[in-house]
Design a protein around this ligand. Structure first.
Ligand code: FES
Length: 95
């Protein structure tokens, strides 16, 4: 049996905006932000370089990176690989 669950869609909002951005099940948070016109710096896009580090304001993240320390995981998210654990998160671009 395959225990890997398919990714789910969620939505994200920047803390200084009232607009929600939808993130489809098959796209990254990074790409959804860029498609919505936000300039997000990236490097590896595989969760290992730290370039895309973004501040997590509200909601819980499904962390899939290799760079955040445990103590940072409630405050930051790496949008190239990580997703919302629930239905929505609120972020601030940059760290
Ligand atoms: S771009 Fe390298 S961790 Fe996100």
């Amino acid at each position: 049996m395959n225990d890997i669950m398919p990714d789910k869609p969620f939505r994200v909002r920047l803390e200084d905006s009232s607009d929600w951005i939808n993130v489809a099940a098959d796209e990254s948070l990074l790409n959804a932000l860029r498609d919505a016109g936000h300039d997000v710096m990236s490097g590896c896009e595989s969760g290992s370089c730290g370039t895309c580090k973004t501040t997590l304001i509200e909601g819980e993240a499904d962390h899939r990176d290799y760079v955040l320390m445990d103590s940072e995981r409630s405050s930051y998210i790496m949008p190239c690989v990580s997703r919302a654990a629930g239905e929505e998160i609120v972020i601030r671009l940059g760290s």
